[in-house]
Design a protein around this ligand. Structure first.
Ligand code: PMV
Length: 333
């Protein structure tokens, strides 16, 4: 629903990859080198308003009430340029965005950011694009954002020669099986190496990058089959392997890229202790220090309590499988 032509507001959620993407194909178009599968998370959201305004000489981008950094504005403008080209528009836009969770801290803020921006910008430009078209547009800015356009469990295949358009697709709806994801926040503030930089550095310098790319598709297949079967223990084990292999490749880069904090390792140890004690708990970690713990609705409280007691854990965010990016009515100022 839009309040006026030329403007639109969208909300999107971050996603957590159960089978990780790390690395790009070298034939351009921001194509992933490995397939990935994620779950979109309710409980954290980015809200983005796009207003095409003929009075503007350049695009403007405000994030959380602050004018965005130049690099962030450039990424927003390149998505807007694609939208303008598709809609035969030259008008510049004002983009207002806010996250209700820490930005650029390994909580997948670029995923929800570019999914919300793709949906709001195409709608504001009068393009009635479907999910696949918005997903492809978002992917060109941030690969993981392609997945946040859809809700529930979502896959994105790896890029092949000749691919220019590549969209994510739904694997199963959010309520496919009962799952909870607890985010143990281990450090406040932005991380030092952004994902794109980190994966390119891994690709260029890590001797473990080729085996990562070679073995990721089989792990992806295991994760996908476990999701379809609603088999959390099998999914949990495969998700841990995917996260550790991705981090192993990054850690083996020169110089090594270590995204973890001390508390990251403490949480991993606690998850293993919980499992040994019979609780359903499996971890995964993106390009940041936080640990996301998979568990069941029945044991969510017990696992959350245990994570909160780990030294160095600042707080825990409770999330669950959530819905797709959607257009919303604009909040009145
Ligand atoms: O799409 P990007 O540039 O935000 O990279 C995301 C990479 C990981 O979050 C570490 C893994 C993934 O598949 O989401």
């Amino acid at each position: 629903m839009n309040t006026a032509p030329g403007r639109a507001t969208a909300v999107a959620h971050p996603n957590i990859a159960l089978s990780k993407y790390w690395g790009k194909r070298d034939f351009g178009h921001n194509l992933p080198a490995v397939p990935s599968l994620s779950v979109t998370l309710a409980g954290m959201a980015t809200t983005t308003t796009v207003v095409f305004d003929p009075a503007l000489a350049t695009d403007a981008f405000t994030l959380g009430g602050q004018p965005a950094k130049e690099g962030d504005l450039r990424r927003v403008t390149s998505l807007l340029d694609r939208v303008r080209a598709a809609a035969s528009l030259t008008t510049r836009a004002n983009v207002l965005s806010s996250n209700d969770f820490p930005t650029a801290a390994g909580l997948a803020s670029s995923a929800s950011a570019f999914a919300a921006l793709a949906l709001a910008a195409t709608s504001a430009a009068g393009l009635a694009w479907d999910g696949a078209q918005c997903s492809d547009l978002a992917r060109k800015s941030s690969v993981s954002a392609a997945r946040s356009v859809f809700g529930g469990f979502v896959e994105l295949r790896d890029g092949h020669p000749g691919d220019e358009d590549l969209a994510a697709a739904s694997v199963a709806p959010a309520d496919h099986f009962p799952l909870r994801v607890l985010v143990a926040v281990t450090r406040e503030g932005p991380k030092s190496t952004l994902s794109t930089e980190g994966m390119l550095h891994t690709q260029r310098t890590s001797p473990f990058y080729p085996p990562w790319v070679e073995t990721a598709p089989a792990l992806f297949a295991r994760v996908r089959a476990a999701v379809l079967a609603g088999d959390l223990p099998t999914l949990g084990v495969a998700a841990e392997e995917s996260a550790l292999r991705m981090h192993a490749a990054a850690i083996a880069a020169c110089p090594g890229l270590i995204y973890w904090a001390g508390a990251t390792v403490e949480v991993i140890e606690e998850v293993k202790r919980l499992r040994a004690a019979g609780l359903p708990a499996w971890f995964t970690i993106d390009a940041g220090p936080h640990v996301k713990v998979l568990t069941t609705p029945e044991r969510e409280d017990d696992v959350a309590l245990a994570l909160a007691a780990v030294p160095g854990v600042k707080r825990t965010i409770r999330t669950r499988p959530g819905g797709p990016a959607i257009l919303v009515p604009e909040a009145t100022p």
